[in-house]
Ligand binder design. Structure first.
Ligand code: OAD
Length: 244
């Protein structure tokens, strides 16, 4: 516990001195809001097979099933609220000259909490994209029709998320790498570090000379590589960084 407090104090001091902070978040930051993670106990990929639900092939094979999965996630997440971890990051953004949240999460909770500069690597559950004309819009209906169609051209819509086997949007990647290469401090929060390219972003920041701090309930493959590794719940640790 004394060691944890010491690490929190070190990180607080680094935030105080930093001009450019990049934060990478994963499912763990939303866990205390009630959003299931992917790999831990009760994780989504323990109950469902990603290949059946989160690949372009699955969508071509059975669009109805894939939409059923995303409608279920919409129903689950719609009533949930940001937790103290999300709110603390939004507050820290106001204290640092340049602050970017890069998130793998599609739940939209960082925006709900008030974070302003957000890079959503894997898309957003609340946006839909046309499979023909590519038009993109926010759609907050819960649930969406079984097979929702485009207002402009009538073709099938798909969730605006990145599936396994798909490329990340190059503009989104550019925004993420700009934040990573310019930061003097990076915080990596609530991610297991198993999915690329996000998994190696902390190491890249470190190679660029930034200090890197991890906040996670459990150790990850990177805990020993980073400068600071704080073991605990992000909803409890992040607010403590704001204490004077
Ligand atoms: P994972 O489910 O792989 O990992 C969640 C991490 O959060 C684990 O390391 C947990 O120990 C940690 N954790 C859980 N509760 C926490 C808490 N309260 N505070 C802090 N840490 C906590 O989720 P991601 O790393 O986000 O991609 O997964 C990466 C990607 O894999 C996802 O974006 C998704 C998934 O397949 C796509 O769908 C493309």
């Amino acid at each position: 516990m004394a060691e944890q407090q010491d690490q929190i104090d070190r990180l607080r001091e680094k935030i105080r001195q930093a001009k450019n902070v990049a934060v990478l978040t994963g499912a763990g930051i939303s866990a205390e809001s009630g959003v299931p993670t992917f790999r831990g106990e009760g994780g989504l990929w323990k109950q469902f097979r990603a290949v059946d639900l989160a690949t372009p092939e699955a969508f071509s094979r059975d669009s109805r099933l894939v939409w059923e999965f995303y409608n279920w996630r919409r129903e689950l997440i719609a009533p949930l609220s940001p937790n103290p971890g999300h709110y603390a990051l939004a507050e820290i953004e106001n204290l640092v000259p340049n602050f970017t949240v890069i998130t793998q999460n599609i739940d939209g909770l960082h925006r709900k909490a008030g974070s302003k500069r957000i890079v959503e690597l894997h898309g957003n559950l609340w946006w839909v994209r046309c499979t023909r004309c590519e038009s993109l819009r926010e759609d907050l209906r819960v649930p969406l029709p079984e097979l929702p169609t485009c207002e402009s051209c009538g073709a099938l819509l798909r969730p605006h998320v990145v599936w396994f086997g798909e490329m990340l949007d190059p503009a989104v990647m550019d925004a993420a790498y700009e934040a990573i290469s310019n930061c003097d401090l990076m915080m990596v929060i609530g991610t297991s570090g198993t999915v690329q390219p996000a998994a190696s972003m902390g190491v890249q920041a470190k190679r660029n000379g930034a200090s890197v701090a991890e906040i996670n309930l459990d150790p990850t493959p990177y805990s020993d590589v980073y400068d600071i590794a704080i073991s605990g719940k992000s909803g409890e640790i992040l607010p403590r960084l704001l204490q004077a």
